[in-house]
Write a protein that binds this ligand. Sequence first.
Ligand code: ARG
Ligand code: MN
Ligand code: MN
Length: 306
Amino acid sequence: MNRQVQIIGVPMDLGADRRGVDMGSSTIRYAGLADELEAAGVETTDAGDLPVPRAEERDPETVQPNEGSAKFLQETAEVCTDLADEVAETLDAGQFPLVLGGDHSIAIGTVTGAARDADIGVIWFDAHGDFNTPATSPSGNVHGMPLAALLGIGDFADTEWANAPNLSEENVAIVGLRRLDDAEREAIRESDVTAFTMSDIDERGVVPVVEDALDVATDGTDGVHVSLDMDWLDPKEAPGVGTPVRGGVTYREAHSALETVAERDETEDILRTLEVVEVNAILDHHNETAELATELAASALGKRIL
Ligand SMILES: NC(=[NH2+])NCCC[C@H](N)C(=O)O
Ligand SMILES: [Mn+2]
Ligand SMILES: [Mn+2]
């Protein structure tokens, strides 16, 4: 496939408690993303990093009284609106947006941009559901809320900047789930989102599960957004993440999953956007999580062993 990839970095850490995730985009570049993608046979350009305000720069006067329920929500809205424009413009120019986080709150920008002129499906590789709302979140961290925000769940019902117009719950598949807050579990059960837990992967194997997730995300849509939270992997493979959870997928399972996406893309041209998030440079060991992120992006975009 003759794909022109445009890298868009978003050094965002306002959605997470653990500082260090703002360096994710540069560590992934430093790990050799451009070379890895070249090996996958795709042409790459780099749009650099979007500006993200720093927590320290904030004027205390602007802090909202209800700040604790969704920290830095106003700043997140601004960054995600910029990102959505950048993603939509990249697609309009015939290029493929590869978004590098930053924490997972940026998915609100990537997905609203991807869904601007198309019906899309989403595959969400994650240990977590990211299905909290300001009312249910135990942490107030927006990186635990992007899926709920995009789908307009609960108090996100009229949050226009965060709702993805052309995305329905029926076309969302979460893969690899293993840690949920109580209210989040309830909200996912009540929704029409399809959730494949780690138990499903244990029982059936990762490839059949990803095939099913692809069926969910492609059913009646124009394309698929793949969101890869690096804490989806087991912390033994990906130690550089802020919210690690034991019992994640292995190195080989992760590659198989993204190769399965690439195989479907080869025959059906389904992949619209890709993002890799939650790489935390401070917590990483010798950049190994960033290196893994580059490898997995390349697998998703068609790199093969043979
Ligand atoms: N994208 C992530 N790493 N999300 C972790 C979310 C953790 C927890 N459920 C919360 O709401 O704070
Ligand atoms: Mn996660
Ligand atoms: Mn996540």
